[in-house]
Design a protein around this ligand. Structure first.
Ligand SMILES: [Zn+2]
Ligand SMILES: [Zn+2]
Length: 282
């Protein structure tokens, strides 16, 4: 049995014709989890053969806009395409409820139109929000799937979470944005795959705009992601949400920066890249 990771969106916050906003799909034990819901997540879900109506849960690493901008589309999509009530579990850090309540408020007119128009619709979307400060956030013993959340360091963005998905003896980590920290080391310990958003300090530091320079101090550089992966004994490091947008043909440069300090496999992520890790019962 396997855990399958699909990078739905690998883009930076700046719109890119080829990269959707940050979102990652993880399938394990017949369950499907969406981590973050960046720009165009609905399109990429469809491309990955998934849909908002069949997600087991949505899990948010943090509430930066690029990671949640299309959460409203996931909420609406699940609601209008489910013919019976289909509550959507959403787990995230503190203030996730405030964000989801805001989305429902924004959708207020639309929700009213649809309920008025469709006789079989008597209620609006049903997101079920759980705010977590860390610990086990999902457990399904029958499917042998467990998800653990741990606080990460993306200061001044607080709180933030990273996630570890365990299934059949395998483990996958969604690191989210942030710099190396003890929490990330704990999540990554012995993981088969580690998905990390990364920044090229050597490139961003050359952009003479303070607002870009500001981004360096709260993102893992490619090298730092490699160092975390090496320290934790990770099998495969997956680079995503690359900042700045990689130049065409520069994949090898990004991989090489991580490989300087990491002895495992490095995957340069693009939208719809799939990484599969094998469990013990394959
Ligand atoms: Zn981000
Ligand atoms: Zn962020």
């Amino acid at each position: 049995m396997t855990i399958e990771i699909t990078l739905l969106g690998t883009g930076s916050p700046l719109p890119d014709p080829n990269r959707a906003g940050p979102s990652t799909l993880v399938r394990a034990g017949g369950r499907t989890f969406l981590f973050d819901a960046g720009r165009a997540v609905g399109l990429r879900l469809a491309a990955a053969g998934a849909a908002s109506s069949t997600l087991t849960a949505v899990l948010l690493t943090h509430l930066h806009s690029d990671h949640i901008t299309d959460l409203n589309d996931v909420i609406t999509g699940r609601w209008v395409t489910s013919l019976t009530p289909n509550p959507l579990p959403i787990t995230g850090p503190g203030r996730t409820r405030e964000v989801v309540d805001g989305i429902l408020a924004m959708l207020g007119p639309d929700i009213g139109y649809r309920i008025a128009h469709h006789a079989d619709m008597t209620d609006g979307p049903q997101p079920v929000v759980t705010e977590s400060a860390g610990g086990t956030v999902f457990e399904d013993a029958a499917a042998d799937v467990r998800i653990i959340a741990v606080p990460t360091d993306h200061k001044p963005v607080e709180p933030t979470l990273g996630y570890r998905i365990e299934h059949d003896g395998a483990a996958v980590v969604i690191g989210g944005d942030g710099v190396p920290c003890a929490g990330l080391d704990e999540l990554c310990a012995g993981a088969d795959a580690y998905v990390q958003t990364v920044l090229r300090e050597d490139l961003v530091s050359q952009i003479p705009v303070q607002r870009f320079l500001d981004t360096i101090d709260y993102h893992s550089t490619v090298r730092q992601a490699g160092e975390t992966a090496e320290r934790a004994g990770v099998g495969t490091l997956v680079l995503t949400h690359q900042v700045p947008t990689p130049a065409p043909g520069s994949d090898a440069e990004w991989v090489a920066l991580a490989a300087e300090v990491f002895s495992g496999e490095v995957v340069f992520g693009t939208d719809l890249t799939v990484v599969t890790v094998e469990g013990t019962a394959t």
